[in-house]
Design a protein around this ligand. Structure first.
Ligand SMILES: NC(=O)c1ccc[n+]([C@@H]2O[C@H](COP(=O)([O-])OP(=O)(O)OC[C@H]3O[C@@H](n4cnc5c(N)ncnc54)[C@H](OP(=O)(O)O)[C@@H]3O)[C@@H](O)[C@H]2O)c1
Length: 255
C-alpha cells in the first residue's frame, strides 16, 4: 500500500515497517521484537550483550522473520547513530525507533550508590536523547517516522526507594511530550508507561534489599512483557495521521 508521500511507510499496520528497538536483548524489548517480527516488521535490534541479542535475532529468523542485531550502548552517541545507519543501509529507511533500554537499579539514598544513579540518568535520559538525535534527521528527511519511548508508571507514583529511577522516567515523559509538541504534522511520538512487568531487569543491580523486595513483588503481581509489546504494537499500527500520545499499561494488582 502506498502512502501520501509515495513511500510504503505511511500505511497503517506493522508489516514491512523498519523498526529499531534498544534494549532488545531481554524483557520488554525482546518481547516487543518477537511480537513485531511476527507481524512482519523488519527489525534492527540493539543492546550491549551480543550473545543475548544474537539469540533473539536467531529466534526471529528461524521463525521466518527479519532482524539484524547491532551491539549498542545507548549512552554512546555513535552507537545510536550506528543503529539508525544500519536500518538505512540494510532496509533503506527507518519507520520507528523504540527507545526501551533501561536499568532499574534502585536503592535508598543512604546507600549512596552513585554508579547506579549515574547509570539510570545516562541510560534513560542521555540514551533517549542520543536516540532522538540519531533518528530525528532521518524522520525529517523521510517526512515520516515514529518515536516510541518507554517510560514507567514510576513517573506517576514515587515509591521509596525508587526516587532516582522515578525522576529519570519523569524526564522520559517530559522529553516525550516536548518532542511531540515540536514534531509537526509528519511525525508521531508515543510514550508507553508500563507498570510492574515480569522481566529479569526487576531487581537487577541496586541494593540487595531493594532487589529482593522488588523481585518478591514482581513474582506476586507482575504482568508478562507481552502485554507491553502489544501496547507498543497498537501505537505503531495506527494510520499515519493518528498519534497515540501515551499508553499506561499495568497489572490490575498494582496500586
Ligand atoms: N519491568 C518493569 O516492571 C518495568 C516497568 C516500567 C518500565 N520498565 C522499563 O522497561 C524497559 C525495559 O526493561 P525490562 O523490564 O525489560 O528489563 P530488562 O529485561 O533488564 O531489559 C533492559 C534492556 O535494556 C538493555 N540496556 C540496559 N542498559 C543499556 C545500555 N546502556 N545500552 C543499551 N542497552 C541497554 C538491556 O540489554 P543489555 O544489558 O544487553 O545492554 C536489556 O535489553 C526499561 O526502560 C525499564 O525501565 C520496566
Amino acid at each position: 500500500m502506498t502512502g501520501t508521500t509515495g513511500t510504503t511507510d505511511t500505511a497503517a499496520g506493522i508489516e514491512n515497517k523498519v523498526i529499531a528497538i534498544t534494549g532488545a536483548s531481554s524483557g520488554i524489548g525482546e518481547a516487543t521484537a518477537l511480537y513485531l517480527a511476527a507481524k512482519g516488521a523488519r527489525l534492527v535490534l540493539g543492546a550491549r550483550r551480543k550473545d543475548r541479542l544474537t539469540g533473539v535475532v536467531d529466534r526471529i529468523t528461524a521463525a521466518g522473520g527479519t532482524a539484524i542485531g547491532v551491539v549498542v550502548d545507548v549512552t554512546r552517541r555513535a552507537d545510536l547513530k550506528h543503529l539508525t545507519d544500519t536500518a538505512i543501509d540494510r532496509f533503506g529507511r527507518l519507520d520507528v525507533l523504540v527507545s526501551n533500554a533501561g536499568t532499574m537499579a534502585v536503592s535508598p539514598f543512604d546507600d549512596l550508590r552513585q554508579d547506579d544513579w549515574d547509570a539510570m540518568v545516562s541510560t534513560h535520559i542521555t540514551g533517549l536523547l542520543n536516540g532522538i538525535a540519531a533518528a530525528l534527521p532521518v524522520f525529517r528527511g523521510q517526512r515520516s517516522g515514529q518515536f516510541v519511548n518507554v517510560g514507567s508508571t514510576a513517573a506517576y507514583v514515587v515509591k521509596s526507594p525508587q526516587a532516582v529511577y522515578a525522576a529519570t522516567k519523569t524526564a522520559v515523559k517530559v522529553i516525550t511530550e516536548g518532542l511531540r509538541q515540536e514534531s509537526g504534522p509528519d511525525l508521531r511520538v508515543t510514550l508507553i508507561s508500563p507498570g510492574f512487568t515480569n522481566t529479569e531487569g526487576v531487581g537487577k543491580g541496586g541494593s540487595p534489599e531493594a532487589a529482593a523486595a522488588l523481585t518478591r513483588r514482581r513474582d506476586e503481581i507482575a504482568m508478562p512483557p507481552a502485554a507491553v509489546a502489544s501496547a507498543i504494537g497498537y501505537a505503531i499500527e495506527q494510520p499515519a495521521g493518528v498519534d497515540v500520545g501515551e499508553i499506561v499499561v499495568r497489572p490490575t494488582m498494582q496500586d
